[in-house]
Write a protein of this length. Structure first.
Length: 357
């Protein structure tokens, strides 16, 4: 039996840091496959993504890293058959819907010896309120479908700010366990215990729900049980999500067929521009680009920019910009320069000029 944990979270929430903590504290000795399902043409964390299929990248602490693009369900099956891991950790794109990833895993569950275990969403405490407003359904979907919400950067937040975020999460998902202790002060095993306990409690609730509230879905139902797999917008599974039955955040479409804004796919809203280049950059070029992204909308509304590029002084510049803040640092050489920009209304040609490539 392979356990599958989904670790979702909006762009820059700290998913990768969380996964590293789990690998070190909890999953040592297990045969682990980490799947990065990147949004966009280039995955900075997982190496360059081909047009489709599976790319295997580095192995660290016994962990096999794969990047999947294209048919996620098909590729997931291939990973299971190829590696037979004890556990699969799925790190979806920061702008993906958790419900879509869940649906793909549940489809695979029917035919493979796998079990969907934890659904963890990492939330940046310092940005959560702003992101909830700005990215509505994508952000909220990741909260609504989580069994455990892990708050990051609480050590940098005022206590009242953390409380506001906790309240907002509880309003969207009263069932989820919310972890608020700073990560440095808590062992990953403590966090994982919550994930496992939450799962077993949820299973009990689901069994009760099946027993007490069995829904007979006739063909009138518009909740997605008979739609084909491509129609993710209508996948709203009553049996698994008893506490989301048609509240105001419901996106199953039963009440709102006229409102297209309920049915955005990530790739309709967010665009991604990325490139691999041996170009040698001036530090000022990168700094000016980051400032432009933070202070203007000249290149679109830029949510995330990340990369590692060679510098004129022989070092490498690593840059990371999230939601109006950026940092530049010196890092190890990579196999080639890589950069990626994600946002809305991204002006690709202008970006090329900005970076001088």
């Amino acid at each position: 039996m392979t356990k599958i944990d989904i670790i979702s979270g909006f762009l820059g929430a700290g998913k990768t840091t969380f996964i590293k903590k789990m690998l070190e504290d909890v999953f040592k000795g297990e045969k682990i496959v980490l799947i990065e399902n990147e949004f966009g043409e280039i995955g900075i964390d997982g190496g360059f993504l081909k047009d489709s299929g599976i790319e295997i990248s580095e192995m660290n602490s016994g962990c096999i890293c794969c990047s999947l693009v294209g048919d996620f369900g098909k590729n997931l099956r291939e990973v299971i058959e190829r590696f037979h891991p004890d556990r699969i950790l799925i790190e979806p794109s920061g702008v993906g819907k958790l419900s879509d990833v869940m649906k793909s895993v549940q489809d695979v569950e029917e035919e493979q010896d796998v079990k969907l275990n934890g659904r963890i969403t990492v939330v940046n405490t310092l940005k959560a309120t702003k992101q909830m407003k700005a990215f509505g359904e994508f952000f909220n979907n990741q909260i609504e479908y989580a069994t455990v919400v892990v708050l990051s950067r609480t050590q940098n937040a005022k206590p009242e700010q953390t409380e506001v975020v906790v309240k907002a999460v509880q309003e969207k998902n009263p069932e989820a366990a919310i972890i608020t202790t700073p990560w440095d002060e808590i062992d990953g095993k403590q966090i994982y215990k919550v994930i496992e306990e939450k799962k077993s409690l949820e299973e009990e609730l689901m069994e009760e729900h099946h027993h007490d509230h069995h829904h007979d879905h006739d063909e009138e139902c518009c909740c997605g049980h008979d739609h084909d797999h491509h129609d993710h917008d209508h996948d709203h599974d009553h049996d698994h999500h008893h506490h989301h039955e048609h509240d105001e955040n419901c996106t199953c479409g039963c009440h709102d067929h006229d409102h297209d804004h309920h049915h955005h796919h990530a790739d309709e809203v967010f665009t991604s521009w990325g490139t691999e280049t041996p170009h040698v950059f001036k530090k000022e070029t990168i700094e000016n680009a980051m400032k432009a992204f933070c202070e203007t909308e000249d290149y679109g509304v830029i949510l995330r920019a990340k990369g590692m590029v060679p510098s004129e002084d022989g070092t490498w510049i690593y840059f990371d910009m999230v939601d109006g803040e950026y940092e530049l640092r010196t890092g190890e050489p990579d196999y080639t320069g890589r950069l990626c920009v994600i946002g809305t209304n991204v002006e690709e040609e202008k970006l090329k000029t900005l970076f001088g490539i």
